[in-house]
Design a protein around this ligand. Structure first.
Ligand SMILES: *Cc1c(COP(=O)(O)O)cnc(C)c1O
Length: 464
């Protein structure tokens, strides 16, 4: 019986010559379709071998082949709705680019571009030229360069200026950033020797002075963005540290992390040090991220003294860490928006979401509440609750932004129901990522600029 069932299965060749495969082959290529057919036939044989029965009809086999090919060609990287309450969420891709930047990326990536070509002289150019003047104009620095991300910027600066030499850093600034960036480890990989100075809570100018010797390459300050040491504390400011460094003919380097190019307090946001303030205090090189508070593409920006930037450009590691043309195109458009601080908060999505006022968010929450109530009916209770969003990406976790969330509480009140509900939202065509907190699923609406992106897919919420 089993033997007969197996022999009545269609052959690979017969399946390949069906009308269904004639449609699939141009879409996926003959070899992929053949592989999918072999896989599906293999599973069918196994099934019959273990539990007997009749082979499925040819149409059913072809439907499985077709489904398998379709799902294998779905990209793994997909858009999601970030309703976690963390605006700059590293795992969810950090900043959202403005339309100007996207248009420019599409244009530049669609054809050839003068990435490293000087049109005037027909000679080789430098990719930094496209963004250097905007960066120097905004920050007041003499020169600027851009690499893959801020971790790369720090690595490159240290490797260029301090290879085989010593770098004193305050014990209060030996930070670890979420995704495995640790100052001591980066130092080691950059080939330089970290010299810890001061104590965790207090570091004095004398501590730095005492650490300087003939092997010292530079002084370094790291912005402790994601934590605060409170109480009996002391750190040395950039101005004093720059004076000390320059007395010894050493450069001062500051890693600002989530550095910004504008005083955020003018928008009612918590204070973050700006790159221009660091330059003004006498810092010789400042590094910061492109996709944190700056609101641009992933990049590491280095601004400062021309002579130091030139040395960085000549380091062979620069070639390994450089940015591509799409990053440069996007960064240019984002930096351009900084020329008009008044319109910046409207035009730069990251800043627009960070500055969105609580009333506006509550309004939006109330507007979509009925749709959620209707869909979740007797399964969960849905309310609008005040909440606190976070800036994210190494900004102080204690600096919270008041807003509103939709709070979804399963009527049964048990954790399994809650996890199932959170999963149902994640399984939507555009996955909705909320935050499970205190027995409910919170959907923070600060970052939901288009409510229909949520409401349009509620019908597909799988509440089994
Ligand atoms: C975020 C951060 C980094 C790493 O920046 P990436 O752009 O994520 O590589 C380095 N230093 C500090 C202080 C940071 O906050």
């Amino acid at each position: 019986m089993t033997q007969r069932s197996l022999s009545s299965l269609p052959s690979v060749d017969r399946l390949l010559s069906t009308r269904v495969c004639a449609r699939l082959i141009p879409l996926y290529g003959r070899s992929q379709v053949t592989d999918a057919i072999r896989d599906v036939l293999g599973s069918v044989r196994e099934q019959i071998g273990s539990s007997g029965g009749e082979p499925p009809p040819t149409e059913a086999i072809l439907a499985t082949v077709s489904d398998r090919l379709a799902s294998a060609s779905e990209p793994s990287l997909r858009p999601v709705l970030n309703l976690t309450g963390t605006v700059l969420h590293t795992n969810l891709g950090r900043s959202v680019l403005p339309a100007e930047a996207l248009d420019s990326v599409v244009q530049i990536a669609s054809g050839a571009a003068n990435l490293e070509y000087d049109i005037d002289s027909a000679k080789r150019g430098d990719r930094d030229t496209h963004i250097e003047s905007l960066l120097t104009r905004i920050t007041g620095a003499e020169a600027a360069t851009v690499v893959n991300n801020n971790a790369a910027a720090v690595l490159l600066v240290l490797n260029t200026l301090a290879l085989g030499r010593e770098v004193p850093v305050s014990r209060g600034e030996l930070v670890e950033i979420g995704d495995s960036f640790r100052v001591p480890e980066i130092m080691a990989r950059a080939g330089c020797k970290l010299v810890e100075v001061g104590a965790t809570n207090r570091t004095h100018l004398n501590d730095y002075a005492g650490a300087i010797n003939a092997s010292t390459a530079l002084l370094m300050k790291v912005h402790t963005s994601n934590y605060a040491i409170e109480g009996f504390t002391k750190s040395v400011n950039e101005t004093d540290l720059a004076l000390l460094a320059h007395e010894h003919s050493l450069p001062l380097v500051t890693d600002l992390g989530s550095g910004t190019l504008i005083d955020l307090t003018r928008y009612g946001l918590p204070f973050e040090p700006t790159a221009q303030a660091a330059i003004e205090s006498g810092v010789d090189l400042v590094t910061f991220s492109g996709d944190k508070l700056l609101g641009g593409p992933q990049a590491g920006i280095i601004v400062g003294k021309r002579e130091l930037i030139e040395r960085i450009r000549k380091n062979p590691m620069k070639r390994a860490l450089r940015v591509d043309k799409m990053t440069i195109a996007a960064l240019f458009e984002v930096l351009k928006l900084y020329r008009d601080p008044d319109s910046l908060a409207l035009r730069l999505p990251t800043l627009r979401m960070l500055t969105r006022n609580a009333d506006d968010i509550r309004e939006s929450a109330r507007a979509i509440l009925p749709a959620l109530e209707a869909r979740l009916a007797d399964r969960a209770e849905v309310t609008v609750v005040p909440c606190q969003s976070q800036i994210g990406s190494g900004s102080l976790p204690t600096d919270l932004l008041p807003g509103y969330a939709i709070c979804v509480t399963p009527t049964t009140g048990d954790d399994r129901a809650l996890q199932a509900l959170a999963r149902a939202f994640r399984m939507l065509p555009v996955p909705v990522i909320g935050r499970v907190h205190d027995g409910c699923l919170l959907l923070d609406l600060r970052t939901l600029e288009d409510p229909s992106a949520l409401t349009n897919q509620l019908a597909q919420l799988d509440l089994r």
